[in-house]
Write a protein that binds this ligand. Structure first.
Ligand code: G6P
Length: 606
């Protein structure tokens, strides 16, 4: 989704800004723009519809020299993707870039129009520019004008503002969308994600909700919700500087698929020992909370929701406690009943998904015993606002279609299940011991890569696909279908295999590939009957089957043999071939694998 980068320095900043935007490309966007303060206090800007590379090309023929600048990648919400709607937006001396949504933009727009302000775009952002320009005349400094504007703006947003009257200043405001200040030597930076700034600094200060900061070349002043001066901690980032590089892989997605054994090792490290989940694996004080938990409510979106759906089977079967899983955008708008001693679990790779965050905030007043987030982004809103946090340590994930974050989420959820079970007196030592095998099992599954690449040829010209699974493999089938949809644009649906005869069987013919995930568990025979139903109607089966599942290839049935894996770990391991399948199908189709059309990595708007 939208990205913000800004810099105040003695050197020309445009290259820093463009590199920052490149590093935010993974979030998804449709246009990009930059505004730089020229010597003498004149503001100049360049915007382009399409990729950051097009903006960079325009800047190479018409450079924008200057030491203070703001830049933006836009993901359209109000108004179509176009150069005129791209940010920055200006009003008089003021230029603004903005992430998120201003909900009362229409009312503000009407008021500003009646004062004579003219709007050239369809965006809600332009309202911010005119509003700050209007308030600027009543306030002595830009920061005061932004503080005043913050009180009038409704919605969840992050914004960065420049004013030709203060040519060496950027003012940023955080209200629902993340912002970070980067500290250089004699220069400062701002961004919506620290990743944008890693080439220039590793020292960061995360703004908190309601903060407004005045960022100059040699000073930073932060004001809280009540306009009081506050200090925010400066932290050293541990994120790898090269996290934004493809390391020789053709796409980030492929790199991230292959990083999974390492990510799984990292997430398990120091968290299991001698057949036990270590105390405090879920943060200080977590043991006392988990010991008394009697129910779990999981809330998430997208791929993270699928991880939660798998975990429901684990919580009920292994820990023996009821678990409900719900999509955040549904949970937040309905009245729900909270069971006694319920733990609220949010799952999110970004830690900033607007619906998940809103659901967490809402749930705070509903009487949950505690909230815990399983999250990959240190310092994110979900981490800061939850009682407990499990940091996933998956490493930065750039591909919009989530891969390594998903398998690490599953692992975190398994650890949580084991931890609750263990603290409540259940014997889970053999299961905890099994978890140490995960990285190696995933390594073995990755060896299927070339045979799956061949298989992908069969799918590239299909328009639809059906994924089937039972038990914990049902949500894995859902995740497989989502991956295929996201990056290859093939319509794919997942069904619990037992539901086949209640509708989807009507779709089966020779043009409908049916992908089945078939580990060797006690549901295998039932699954085989469902496959017969498909075969009898001419459907083409592609079965990822355990080597001991007694499945032989025959006309209409392709079998991709998987190594035998413990039932507990099968959801993680069977995810791998489905990720590879969608990747190779997308490769043949020539889609934009890492940045699929219309999608965003971090969905910070509702
Ligand atoms: C977007 C991403 C998905 C992700 C979902 C939830 O749609 O493209 O990959 O699963 O958001 O994001 P979260 O950061 O909360 O896991």
């Amino acid at each position: 989704m939208c990205g913000i980068v800004g810099a105040v320095a003695q050197r020309d900043v445009v290259d820093i800004l463009v590199e920052g935007l490149r590093r935010l490309e993974y979030r998804g966007y449709d246009s990009a723009g930059v505004a730089v303060m020229q010597a003498g206090g004149e503001l100049r800007q360049t915007k382009r519809l399409g990729k950051v590379s097009e903006l960079a090309a325009a800047l190479s023929t018409q450079p924008l020299p200057g030491g203070t600048g703001i830049a933006h990648t836009r993901w359209a919400t109000h108004g179509e993707p176009s150069e005129v709607n791209a940010h920055p937006h200006t009003s008089g001396s003021v230029a603004v870039v903005h992430n998120g949504i201003i909900e009362n933009h229409q009312t503000l727009r009407n008021g500003l129009k009646s004062k004579g302000y003219q709007f050239v775009s369809q965006t809600d952002t332009e309202v911010i520019a005119h509003l700050i320009a209007d308030l600027r005349s009543q306030h002595g400094s830009l920061v005061e004008a932004v503080q005043a504007a913050r009180k009038l703006l409704e919605g969840a947003y992050g914004t960065a503002v420049m004013d030709t009257n203060e040519p060496e200043t950027i003012v940023v405001a955080r209200s629902g969308a993340p912002l970070v200040i980067g500290y250089g030597i004699g220069e400062h930076f701002v961004a919506s994600d620290q990743l944008a700034l890693l080439p220039v600094t590793r020292r960061f200060q995360y703004l908190e909700e309601g903060d407004v900061a005045e960022v100059k070349r040699t000073s930073v002043r932060i004001f809280d919700l009540n306009d009081e001066r506050v200090e925010r901690e400066i932290v050293e980032s541990t994120v790898n500087h090269d996290a934004g590089d493809k390391a020789g892989y053709r796409h980030f997605m492929l790199k991230e698929i292959h990083e999974q054994p390492d990510s799984l090792r990292a997430t398990l490290e120091g968290r299991i020992n001698a057949g036990r989940v270590v105390a405090e694996a879920f943060g200080a004080g977590s043991i006392d909370i988990l010991r008394d938990i009697q129910a779990v409510q999981i809330i998430a979106c997208g791929t993270s929701y699928h991880a939660g759906m798998v975990a429901r089977y684990w919580f009920e079967e292994i820990a023996g406690i009821p678990c409900q899983v719900e999509i955040a955008s549904e949970f937040r708008y309905r009245k729900s009943v909270v069971l006694p001693n319920s733990l609220l679990v949010t799952i999110s790779q970004s830690g900033e998904t607007a619906d998940t965050l809103a659901a967490l905030r809402l749930a705070k007043d509903l009487g949950y015993a505690a909230s815990l987030t399983i999250c990959n982004a240190p310092g994110s809103s979900l981490v800061r606002e939850s009682d407990l946090a499990y940091m996933m340590r998956a490493g930065v994930e750039i591909g919009v279609a989530s891969t390594k974050a998903f398998t690490v989420q599953l692992t975190g959820l398994l650890l949580l299940t084991m931890s609750i079970a263990q603290e409540q007196g259940k014997h889970v030592k053999p299961l905890v011991e099994l978890m140490a095998k995960l990285p190696t099992l995933v390594e073995q599954a990755l060896q299927l890569s070339s045979s799956i690449e061949e298989l992908a040829e069969d799918f590239a010209h299909k328009h639809h696909a059906l994924f089937l699974g039972r038990g914990t493999q049902y949500p894995i089938a859902m995740e497989g279908a989502l991956k295929l949809k996201e990056i290859s644009y093939i319509h794919a649906e997942a069904y619990a295999a037992g539901e086949l005869k209640h509708g989807p069987l009507a779709l089966i013919d020779e043009d409908m590939p049916v992908i089945v995930v078939a580990p060797n568990n006690d549901l295998l025979e039932k699954l085989k009957s469902n496959m017969e139903e498909v075969r009898a109607r001419g459907g083409q089966l592609y079965v990822f089957a355990d080597e001991n599942a007694n499945m032989e290839p025959e006309p209409g049935i392709q079998v991709i043999t998987m190594q035998t894996v413990p039932d507990l770990l099968a959801p993680v391991v069977y995810t791998i071939p489905l990720q590879l399948l969608s990747y190779y199908v997308a490769l043949i189709k020539g889609t934009d694998v890492d940045q699929p059309r219309n999608l965003a990595k971090s969905v910070t708007v509702e």
